[in-house]
Design a protein around this ligand. Sequence first.
Ligand SMILES: [Zn+2]
Length: 225
Amino acid sequence: MDGKKNILTKKVVIILVKFIILGPPGTGKGTLADGLSKRLRLKHISTGDLLRTEVKNASSLGKKIENVLSKGELVSDNLIKDLLKKNLPINDFILDGYPRTLEQATDLEKINEIDYVINLQSISEIIIKRLSARRICLNCKSVYGSNILPIVRGVCDKCGGSLIRRADDSPKTIENRLITYKKQTEPLINYYKEKIINIDGNNTPEIVLGITLKELNDRGIEARA
Ligand SMILES: [Zn+2]
């Protein structure tokens, strides 16, 4: 023995990564973001949840938001920007539901720079079929669909509440939502072209998660759980 000690016994890998997730309504963005956040130990940040939390906590920002919502108006880009400035972590997150427009993408850039953009793709026919099959519990807001059917038709498994189709999920409204998506959000795909990872969303949630993890693994981002 020459007395030298090998101090490099343990390889410590720290992954710091910032994602956003894009895709038309009804492709399962929320489900994928949730799966990724668990497997990669990222924070799943949804602007919808942040809005609700601020309102619930009655912060000064929450009061402003509540005031807008109570008038039935849309929350402005500036308020969302303030919301993210206050709540977006510095690292290790997946942002779901934002940005939806080029203006929002440039707002986001001023707050934090994104590493990768997951673009969940799905064909319109499948989206329309999936969303028009969706039912929501009036009482506890649990979501059912063609892949998760309630035991008793029209009745929530968890609380016995009535299941309804949201007005948003009627075939006509879905078509309009898809047109809006194409117009507003598709330019983002070009904007982020160097960061895009395209994922085929025409599959079960488990398979979509598996495909995404493999794509990320190819880029040196490994699942931690
Ligand atoms: Zn319920």
